[in-house]
Design a binder for this molecule. Structure first.
Ligand SMILES: NC(=O)c1ccc[n+]([C@@H]2O[C@H](COP(=O)([O-])OP(=O)(O)OC[C@H]3O[C@@H](n4cnc5c(N)ncnc54)[C@H](O)[C@@H]3O)[C@@H](O)[C@H]2O)c1
Length: 327
């Protein structure tokens, strides 16, 4: 059993805590939050203990799960590593490459493991698309569209998401999911072109084109839609022998000469009740992390190096948007 201590009892903390309650061999021992009121209510809801210091929590667990605002990721990862705790940390890894490199180095020096929670790699539809690409069943990918947008996330404690110096803007906070996935599927692009909208919260809507030897990838991400706009997450991958599309429709596979088909993602029930399928990639991501800690096997879906690369490319995209706007 892996004993987990969660830091940050907000939006993602709720999701992670629910998942820890369902993943075999994960035990949520306790939580820490700078808001005692929120932390205590959260601990009561999830049947664990509230600790009034990070160090006291760390003392009782094997793993620190960091669900803090992005600007706190480096500080708490370094503190957890110093206390010899493995770390699962929400994406984006950090606000800057310097912070991210420090996090990776601190964990390596301490001999603890670090995984950044890039959940889209674990999302059932996206994971299946990766599998289809790897098997070569439909030939090579010719083009890929990745889309993710919605209204501004107003839930952040202290409205930290609206502050670019703490969240990095919509491109870093939300669009990085698709940048990370593009790198997962197609690797490092040969060329990047980005343009977008900048507002008081940073780059709030971005359009990027990643050029590869054979494929081209178009990415759109933003969080500046009017209130009430439904959240959209979509992809369209065109292969030599077909296409795979999830865009206001269930993921559908089109193959030349065959009837289109809709893959089934079986509904999975957790041992203690609760529907794992409704938790999307979050369940698979945390289950992977816990399994790899227990077995000692490498993180073979996402690792600190791939997370550094995703951060680096996203920061390049943001830089391009800003320098283009400044011309
Ligand atoms: N993977 C995803 O799909 C996804 C979705 C949303 C957010 N995120 C990421 O998750 C992270 C957390 O975002 P969120 O939306 O849950 O934020 P949030 O504001 O809802 O929650 C943050 C919590 O951290 C606490 N906190 C802040 N500073 C603290 C400190 N110094 N010590 C202890 N507690 C402190 C706050 O009181 C709050 O309870 C961010 O990095 C965000 O980018 C990921």
């Amino acid at each position: 059993m892996v004993r987990v201590g969660l830091v940050g009892c907000g939006f993602m903390g709720q999701m992670h805590a629910t998942v820890h309650g369902l993943v075999k061999n994960s035990q949520l021992v306790g939580v820490f939050d700078s808001s005692r009121e929120r932390g205590e209510a959260f601990a009561a809801k999830h049947g664990c203990q509230f600790y009034d210091s990070f160090e006291a929590l760390a003392n009782d667990v094997d793993v620190i799960d960091i669900c803090l605002p992005t600007f706190r990721h480096r500080e708490f990862t370094v503190k957890a590593a110093a206390l010899k705790k493995h770390v699962l940390c929400e994406k984006p890894m950090a606000l800057t490459m310097d912070d991210a490199v420090t996090m990776k180095q601190a964990c390596e020096d301490a001999g603890v493991r670090l995984m950044i929670a890039h959940c889209i790699r674990f999302w059932p539809e996206y994971a299946l698309l990766k599998q289809i690409a790897v098997t070569g069943h439909l030939g090579d990918i010719l083009s890929l569209n990745l889309t993710r947008y919605g209204e501004f996330p107003h839930w952040g404690s202290d409205n930290w998401l609206a502050d670019e110096s703490r969240a990095g803007g919509g491109a870093l906070d939300m669009h990085i999911h698709d940048t990370d996935y593009a790198l997962f599927l197609l690797g490092q692009p040969k060329e990047i072109f980005s343009a977008g909208t900048i507002d008081a919260r940073g780059v709030s809507h971005i359009f990027s084109t990643f050029v590869y030897n054979k494929a081209v990838c178009h990415l759109e991400g933003g969080w500046n839609m009017p209130p009430g706009t439904p959240f959209k997450m979509a992809f369209r991958a065109v292969f030599e022998q077909g296409a795979v599309i999830m865009d206001d429709c269930p993921m559908t596979v089109y193959e030349k000469g065959k009837e289109p088909y809709i893959p089934e993602f079986p509904k999975m029930e957790a041992a203690g009740g609760g529907n794992i399928s409704d938790l999307g990639g979050y369940y698979h991501e945390v289950a992977h992390f816990i399994d790899r800690l227990e077995t000692g096997a490498p993180f073979d879906v996402t690792n600190p190096e791939t997370s550094l690369q995703s951060l680096q490319v996203t920061l390049r995209e943001i830089e391009q948007v800003k320098s283009r706007a400044a011309r």
